[in-house]
Design a protein around this ligand. Structure first.
Ligand code: B12
Ligand code: SF4
Ligand code: SF4
Length: 355
């Protein structure tokens, strides 16, 4: 089978298994990869030490797919829409409610939902060349800068908020990659369509987008509410607002998401209670309820006390005085980080009532 036919076959398989977009990127020293080492040196990865991993040649693994996977010759990129027909976080006016990022509402953890589909595409590819083909599939967790390859596979452009944006679908996309030891004809990269817009940069409450296309994870609400262990730095707590897991603001304000279509994938339909979740419920969720409610969900990554810390921080930012009794109770919590967050939040609400 000739390489163009293989690409057509892979793309058909991707569409049949539910990906809206699929493309092929070559493996080159793309200019965008050059930003990564300095990003690490600047400390923008925060405590995500895995971002600094090096390969046998001493290079940052993510900087160089060529030396990390010497056998790889092409990267197949697949993207699936996870948007559902629910309001955006910037429309959340109810002070008793918080926000969980859209990507994690689903019935199934997206890593599993995307990987299951990616395996179908991989096996179709392997059927084309039964012998001597090496492949490797990743959804999120591989040492590869997925968004750079998504650009060169024609999936979308890297926006100033650093997300991959597609002209028709917007940015509510999960990416999956298949590295393959086979040279395939690549797609064309997508031109940048951000133009003079800077809405995402202006809307970010914690100024995490320090420059266009450059995100300081230490300041990003997504990092603070999911990855950050211990307390959220005091100076950033107010900026976290009522976000309790992840953050959608820089995508909610993006004009390319104004008419983003809804997904066809059943796995991404929200679990009950996760769109605009009740803050007091999350702050006081028991271990058993947390296990039951979030079994197989991406939210488990923050762990129960992480979600509680975040919900309490959100209560402190809510200006809703009716939370004070619950917060006072929580100041005695057995988890010191949760208890400290409750002290902060109760003080914050009291300060407001004194003004
Ligand atoms: C670590 C990580 C995070 C960190 C850091 C995010 C970041 N922007 O770096 C945190 C926890 C904050 C995070 C948050 C989110 N994440 Co995340 N994350 C990742 C992960 C694992 C690695 C990203 C990475 O390597 N970052 C390092 C930076 C330097 O690389 P980069 O962001 O790709 O940036 C490149 C471009 O910006 C580029 N660039 C391009 N043009 C230009 C021009 C100039 C002038 C400059 C300076 C740079 C530049 O340079 C960089 C490469 O060197 C990827 C999966 C993967 N393996 O790639 C998912 C991934 C990026 N995350 C994803 C998602 C969904 C999210 C959230 C939306 C979740 C949420 N709602 O809370 C937010 C979005 C926040 C945001 N605005 O980026 C998706 C993004 C899909 C998409 N449409 O783009 C990915 C691809 C996972 C997946 N498989 O679907 N994430
Ligand atoms: S995800 Fe939220 S905190 Fe992070 S850059 Fe976007 S708006 Fe800022
Ligand atoms: S809000 Fe504007 S600048 Fe930011 S990613 Fe969207 S189009 Fe680009």
């Amino acid at each position: 089978m000739n390489p163009s036919d293989i690409v057509n076959l892979i793309k058909d398989a991707a569409h049949e298994s539910g990906f809206e977009l699929a493309g092929v990127s070559p493996i080159r020293d793309f200019p965008e990869l050059e930003y990564f080492p300095q990003w690490v040196i600047d400390g923008y990865a925060g405590e995500m030490k895995y971002m600094e991993a090096t390969n046998d040649t001493g290079e940052l693994k993510r900087r160089s797919v060529k030396s990390t996977f010497p056998w790889a010759q092409s990267v197949v990129l697949c993207a699936i829409n996870y948007n559902t027909a629910y309001p955006y976080s910037i429309e959340n006016q109810d002070l008793k409610k918080g926000w969980i990022a859209r990507y994690s509402w689903g019935q199934q953890d997206y890593h599993d939902a995307v990987m299951r589909r990616l395996r179908v595409v991989e096996s179709r590819l392997r059927e084309c060349i039964p012998d001597e083909l090496t492949t490797r599939c990743y959804v999120d967790t591989g040492p590869i800068l997925e968004r750079v390859y998504a650009k060169y596979a024609g999936i979308g452009w890297v926006g100033k908020n650093t997300c991959i944006l597609n002209q028709e679908l917007g940015s509510w996309l999960f990416l999956g990659v298949i590295l393959a030891s086979l040279e395939l004809p690549p797609d064309d990269p997508v031109p940048d369509r951000c133009g003079s817009c800077t809405r995402c940069i202006e809307a970010c409450p914690t100024d995490a987008l320090v420059e266009p296309y450059k995100l300081d994870a230490n300041r990003c609400i997504s990092y603070l509410t999911i990855e950050k262990k211990g307390g959220i730095p005091a100076a950033l707590r107010e900026g976290v607002g009522r976000n309790v897991f992840g953050c959608d603001i820089c995508q909610d304000v993006c004009p390319w998401n104004r008419e983003a279509p809804a997904t066809r994938a059943a796995e991404f339909q929200p679990r009950e209670g996760l769109v605009n979740p009740d803050l007091e419920w999350l702050a006081e969720i028991t271990a058993q309820e947390f296990q039951e409610k979030f079994r197989g969900s991406a939210i488990k990554r923050a762990k129960r006390n992480g979600v509680r810390r975040n919900a309490i921080t959100a209560m402190g930012n809510s200006r809703n005085q009716s939370f004070v009794p619950a917060l006072e109770r929580l100041t005695n919590d057995e988890d010191p980080v949760v208890a400290e967050a409750a002290v902060w939040a109760a003080n914050k609400l009291t300060e407001i009532s004194d003004k």
